[in-house]
Design a protein around this ligand. Structure first.
Ligand code: UDP
Ligand code: MG
Length: 313
């Protein structure tokens, strides 16, 4: 009998957990000849999310809970789940029911046809705010242009991964975990199923503008050195432009004498080059910061407690 593990990171999801579990239960109970494990990762919730999961654990021995010592972020919580799971396939899911549990059935049957990776793709993003849709499409465009790996559009973390894929994901040692990039980097044959992403069942999104910007930066700078190349490209471009401009000025001075009213052009050039310097230093800083974080070699997350059903132990 094959075992499928569902990994669910949660952060202050008091209202959603029960609804999620009840609907997931209906689905997994209807799938025959498979055993299931549900691992919740409490990513440092300050509400009583863990208490609710403990109640569920008392009634269902398939459910386990990893409590992290603080909020490490969804990417780290997912890693914690992947590190502590023994199963033939793993499905990461959001708890807010934006990833419909009913799709798991289809994912499993595709997996049994020999495809190690089944991705769920949302057909439209009308449930997201205009800002999120706009920023997402810019991110995918820039990322996929610059990076050597292609992140499939509108595919989130919701997917089924065969054990072989999970083991490969675990081989990547980086501490800054940009899961979309890591998932794309490992490769493997995949199949995409489309679904309509519903609205959040309740509560509100944990990914506000700044957090999204950080995620996008992580994605870009962790998986591509193209921004470094852009800076040298800008440098060359600047050099050529100033050589041309310099020649023009020199020729003009030779023919028309010394020109003193060059304030506007001088300021423009200084400001322009100054800002390019700042951009380039910033880009360098992004990479140095990443080297700094990776070189400290800190753990991705810390576990406060691992809870499972007493009867099962
Ligand atoms: N989440 C988490 N840690 C965080 C932020 C979010 O574990 O720091 C979880 C959250 O509880 C949910 C999932 O990640 O299960 C997706 O979060 P959310 O629905 O807020 O993101 P969105 O769907 O808006 O992108
Ligand atoms: Mg959500």
């Amino acid at each position: 009998m094959k075992t499928v593990a569902i990994i669910v990171p949660i952060f202050n999801e008091l209202e959603t957990i029960k609804i999620f579990y009840n609907r997931l239960k209906i689905t997994i109970d209807s799938i025959k000849d498979h055993s299931f494990i549900i691992i919740f990762i409490d990513d440092g919730s300050s509400d009583k999310s863990s208490e609710i999961i403990k109640e569920i654990i008392d009634t269902d021995s398939r459910v386990k809970l990893i409590i992290l010592t603080r909020n490490f972020g969804k990417e780290a919580a997912l890693s914690a789940g992947l590190d502590h799971v023994e199963a033939d396939a793993v499905v990461p899911m959001d708890v807010d029911l934006q990833d419909p549990p009913e799709l798991i059935k289809e994912m499993i049957s595709i997996w049994h046809s020999g495809i190690p990776l089944v991705l769920a793709r949302r057909t439209h993003r009308t449930e997201d705010t205009l800002f999120k849709r706009f920023s997402a499409s810019i991110f995918y465009f820039i990322h996929n242009k610059l990076s050597s790996i292609t992140i499939p559009k509108n595919v989130g973390d919701f997917r089924l991964m065969d054990k072989s894929v999970v083991d490969s994901v675990k081989l990547l040692p980086e501490k800054e975990r940009f899961m979309k990039g890591i998932f794309a980097w490992v490769g493997y044959d995949f199949h995409i199923i489309d679904y309509e992403r519903p609205k959040r069942s309740s509560g509100e999104t944990k990914f506000k503008a700044l957090k999204l910007l950080k995620l996008a930066q992580d994605g870009l700078f962790s998986f591509s050195v193209a921004p470094l190349k852009i800076s040298s490209f800008l440098g060359y471009l600047g050099a050529i432009a100033s050589a041309i401009y310099g020649t023009i000025i020199i020729v003009k001075t030779i023919y028309y004498g010394i020109d003193i009213d060059g304030y506007a052009s001088l300021m423009t050039v200084i400001l322009f080059l100054g800002s390019i310097h700042l951009i380039v230093i910033g880009i360098l800083g992004e990479y140095i910061g990443r080297i700094f974080i990776e070189s400290k070699n800190r753990p991705i997350y810390l576990i406060k407690k691992f809870i499972e059903n007493e009867k099962q132990k």
